[in-house]
Design a binder for this molecule. Structure first.
Ligand code: NAP
Ligand code: ZN
Ligand code: ZN
Length: 347
C-alpha cells in the first residue's frame, strides 16, 4: 500500500486536520501522480458538512487535482513517468451502461465512482480526494494537462471548468445568444470566460456590487446587481440562457422572469435545500429549467485542450492547506477571487 498524507474531516462537525491513510498499489492500468495543486470547490464544503446527506467519513476532499506522474502500471499506454496529469470529480464508472458507452460517465446508470466521498466500483472501498500528497487513478480517468498554462491556475478547470463548459456546449451557447451567469464564484467566473470565448453576450447577475470591475475584466459585457429591483427589471425577458452557479437557496421563479421565450435556466449550483417552483414561471414563454453535472472524461480533455489553445485558466488565490478553514469562510461569504487553490507543498 502507499502511505498517503492528507487533510481530512473525521466527522461533519470537526475541522479538517492532518490524517494518514493507505492508497492501493499501482495496478496494471493505474497511474500514480504526486499532487502539486488542488482547487477548493464549494462542493467540498457541502460534503464535509454533510449538507447533501450520505457523507462518508473520514473524508479527504478535493477534486480539482493536478500533479506529475511518478509511477505507471505495466499496461498503461496513455501516460509515462514525469508527465503532467490531472483528475477531476470522477475516478471510475461502470464502463458498460448506455451513458458510459456514450462518454457520459458523469451520468453512469450503475453509479460512477467519485474522487472522494464515494465508493470504488467494488461498492465497498471508500475513495479519498486531492487534499493529499499523491493519488492512484485508473488511466482512463486521468487527464493530460498542458505545460503551456500555469499549473496552479489549471487545477480548477477539472471541476469549475468542465461544469460550466459542458452545459454551454450541450446547449450550443454562442454567437447571437444572450447568456446570464448567475453568481460570480469559482464556477461563475469560468462560465463567464467560456461564454465570452464561445461568442455569447455575457451578463453577470451578482449579489456583490464590488465584483463589477472584475466581471468586466473577465470579459462580461454587462453586470446586474440582483438586489436592485430596477436593474433586474431592465433585463426582464432578455436572456436566452441563465447559467445558475449559486450554492445557496434562491428563488428560481424570480430569475425565470429574465428569460426570453424558449429560454433555458441551467442549474449547476447545487443548494442543499429544496426550492418551490411555480409552473406559471415556465408556462408563459415555454421556458425550461434544467440541470447539468460536470462533464464526461472525453469532454473534460476537450475542455482542457480548448483552454490550452485559447490560454484560459482560472483566476486563483493560492492558499496554504493550514489556512483551509479561513478559505472556506471566505468562500461562504462569496469572497473568493475567484478560486482558492491549495499549494500541496504546504501539506
Ligand atoms: P462559490 O465559489 O462559493 O460561488 C458561488 C457564488 O454564488 C458566490 O460567489 C455568490 O456570487 C453566489 N451566491 C452565494 N450565495 C448566494 C445566495 N444566497 N444568493 C445568491 N447568490 C449567492 O461556489 P462554486 O465552487 O462556484 O460552486 C457553486 C455551486 O455549484 C455549489 O453549490 C457547488 O456544490 C455546485 N457545483 C456543482 C457542480 C455540478 O456538476 N453541477 C460542480 C461543481 C460545483 P455573487 O457574489 O456574485 O452573488
Ligand atoms: Zn467541484
Ligand atoms: Zn456506467
Amino acid at each position: 500500500m502507499i502511505t498517503t498524507k492528507s487533510y481530512a474531516a473525521q466527522t461533519k462537525e470537526t475541522p479538517l486536520a492532518p490524517w494518514n491513510f493507505d492508497r492501493r498499489e499501482v495496478g496494471p492500468h493505474d497511474v500514480q501522480f504526486d499532487i502539486t495543486f488542488c482547487g477548493v470547490c464549494h462542493s467540498d464544503l457541502h460534503q464535509i458538512r454533510d449538507e447533501w446527506g450520505g457523507s462518508i467519513f473520514p473524508m479527504v476532499p478535493g477534486h480539482e487535482i493536478v500533479g506529475r506522474v511518478v509511477a505507471v502500471g505495466d499496461q498503461v499506454t496513455k501516460f509515462k513517468i514525469g508527465d503532467l496529469a490531472g483528475t477531476g470529480c470522477m475516478v471510475d464508472s461502470c464502463r458498460i451502461c448506455d451513458n458510459c458507452q456514450h462518454g457520459l460517465e458523469q451520468y453512469c446508470s450503475n453509479g460512477n465512482t467519485l474522487t472522494y466521498n464515494s465508493l470504488e466500483q467494488d461498492k465497498k472501498t471508500p475513495t479519498y480526494g486531492g487534499y493529499s500528497n499523491t493519488i492512484v487513478v485508473n488511466e482512463d480517468f486521468v487527464l493530460h494537462i498542458s505545460d503551456k498554462l500555469d499549473l496552479a491556475a489549471t487545477a480548477p478547470l477539472l471541476c469549475a471548468g468542465i461544469t460550466t463548459y459542458s452545459p454551454l456546449r450541450h446547449w450550443k451557447v454562442g454567437k447571437g445568444h444572450k447568456l446570464a451567469v448567475l453568481g460570480l464564484g469559482g464556477l461563475g467566473h469560468m462560465g463567464v470566460k467560456f461564454g465570452v470565448a464561445f461568442g455569447a453576450e455575457v451578463t453577470v447577475l451578482s449579489t456583490s456590487p464590488k465584483k463589477e470591475e472584475d466581471a468586466r475584466k473577465l470579459g462580461a459585457h454587462k453586470f446586474v446587481v440582483t438586489s436592485d429591483p430596477a436593474q433586474l427589471e431592465a433585463v426582464t425577458g432578455y436572456f436566452d440562457f441563465i447559467l445558475d452557479t449559486v450554492s445557496a437557496e434562491h428563488d428560481y421563479n424570480q430569475y425565470l422572469t429574465l428569460l426570453k421565450s424558449d429560454g433555458v435556466h441551467i442549474c449547476v449550483g447545487a443548494p442543499p435545500t429544496p426550492s418551490s417552483l411555480l409552473a406559471f414561471s415556465l408556462i408563459p414563454g415555454r421556458k425550461s429549467i434544467a440541470g447539468s453535472s460536470i462533464g464526461g472524461i472525453a469532454e473534460t480533455q476537450e475542455m482542457l485542450d480548448f483552454c490550452a489553445e485559447h490560454n484560459i485558466v482560472s483566476d486563483i488565490e493560492l492558499t496554504d492547506i493550514k489556512d483551509i478553514d479561513a478559505a472556506y469562510e471566505r468562500m461562504l461569504k462569496g469572497d473568493v477571487r475567484y478560486r482558492f487553490v491549495i499549494d500541496m507543498a504546504t501539506l
